[in-house]
Each structure stands twice: as C-alpha cells, then as structure tokens.
Write a protein that binds this ligand. Structure first.
Ligand SMILES: [Zn+2]
Length: 104
C-alpha cells in the first residue's frame, strides 16, 4: 500500500495583541505564518480564526470553541516572545528552499 505524501509548508508561530471583532476588545492572538499563504490568526479569547482578514467557518461540532481556545493558548505559550532575527532566518531559509535556479 502506498503511503500518501502530505506536503505542508513550514510554519512560523508568533504572538500579537489585536482587536478581536468577535470579543470586541484587544485580545492575545496566535499568528501562524507560512510562505506563499496568508497568515492565520486565532483569538485566545473566543477561538475564532481569520486568514487574510477572512473569518474561518465555525465547525458544526459541540465544544469546538473550548478546543479552539485551548489550542490558541497552547500556541501562544509555544510561540514565546517574538524574535525578529529568528523570523528573518526562517523566512530566508524558506525562500532559499523554494528558489528556482535556471539551468545553465
Ligand atoms: Zn475573540
């Protein structure tokens, strides 16, 4: 049996304080960046997420909000304080991996 190959871009996790339109106040938000994709922002207060400013559809599942808030808080802890040097290094590394070198 062949194993499926799942290609997932490398991600960079960071923290931000942003005004949440659902909570109607400034909240802790986790931001997941991946090269070539819009950043996904998740509110630690309500669990709602946005990509490129567009709100994600809420799952039709009991308890989704509690799970989403818990995950956002875990990501917040995992992100640690934002380090611009680490972010720049990650960005350069991603760019170098995807750069196409023309054949000579
Ligand atoms: Zn919120």
């Amino acid at each position: 049996m062949a194993m499926p190959v799942i290609c997932r871009p490398s991600q960079f996790l960071r923290r931000k304080m942003i005004h949440c339109p659902v909570c109607k106040t400034r909240r802790r938000m986790t931001v997941v960046e991946a090269l070539w994709y819009g950043a996904t922002v998740t509110c630690c207060g309500c669990g709602d997420s946005w990509t490129d400013g567009e709100m994600h559809e809420r799952p039709f599942k009991r308890g989704w909000r509690t799970e989403a808030i818990a995950k956002a808080k875990r990501d917040w802890d995992a992100a640690g304080p934002f380090d611009k040097a680490a972010h720049d290094a990650w960005f350069r590394e991603q760019h170098d991996e995807t750069e196409i070198t023309p054949a000579a």
